[in-house]
Write a protein that binds this ligand. Sequence first.
Ligand code: SAH
Length: 353
Amino acid sequence: MSGETASRLAARIRAEGPMPLAAFMGEAVAAYYRRERVFGAAGDFVTAPEISQIFGELIGIWFALRWHAAGRPARFPLVECGPGRGALISDALRAARSVPGFADAIELHLVETSPTLAAAQAEALAGFPATWHADLETLPDGPLHLVANEFLDALPVTQFVFRGGAWRERRVGLFRQDFAFVDGPEAAPPAEMLSRLPPPREGEIFETAPAAESFVATVAARIAASGGAALVFDYGHAESGFGDTVQAVSRHRYVQPLADPGEVDLTAHVDFARIAETARAHGAAAFGPADQGVWLVAMGLPTRLTVLLRQATPEQTEELVAGTRRLTEPHAMGRLFKTLALLPVSAAPPEGF
Ligand code: SAH
């Protein structure tokens, strides 16, 4: 264990006892994204928009089609949550410029808590005007058009463990000098989530994502009330189930999840079944989840790749082909990563679903 966040969390545990995993994860993630080195080959992990420009471009086209479907309004607020270094949105804006009138209608809003990344996003936008927000609360009223890639996985989760015939909350304590999971007080996961699963065996773990659920509930309620569309991408599972999915990545390798809070990328897989169910419960229609690879191909990735390859140098060709493979192939990111679309209940299935 090293670093300022680890020391602060350890002091808190020594003073107050084991802490909820969600509180530990929330502090660790917030501290982590304030750092300089996160993304890319020299950082800890690489995301889809950082692998290929086509990812963000196809998202730009998807929203252009939503803009058309909405009757090409003069003002089109577009929101990205957790934009990282701004690759997705700058690629989306480039594609938007190829659709007459669309780029001029876009009013860009970025939801970001890291000042370091907000600065990187401003630079990537190269003068395109945007407004930054700490959360969804301050977004303008009216239809909500929103995209998020690898955002939900960064939101804190809660875990329960089935021990001696009862569910207990899993907490983070200290074992000698190291953070370790400990059984906390008796507490059960929501009954409606368990009712669809087989009876738990001794030691079974169940995860819930209250922050992701409340985010999706807010987005769905806004879409139900005022219209719009949301497109979320992440890694995760299409069906709910038992299991611990909390993971940490440092320099492109998996590491002990609790070992270095604030220094490594700490995330959890997204339960897309639960996210879709939450969206429906708040009045929106949910389409998918579609496998990311399937969605990208359905959105025209092969055609866009052919166009880019026409003017590519041999090095660029290699990079474009390798990037496309990584995003789409099932054993790479094509299947583990999924996308879910939220629309008003009466809407027809959107492009790619
Ligand atoms: N979408 C980007 C980056 C994903 S990393 C990409 O695909 O490359 C997660 C992003 O979410 C970072 O920008 C991080 O600072 C931001 N983030 C994490 N927790 C957040 C929260 N609670 N509220 C707002 N942004 C958050």
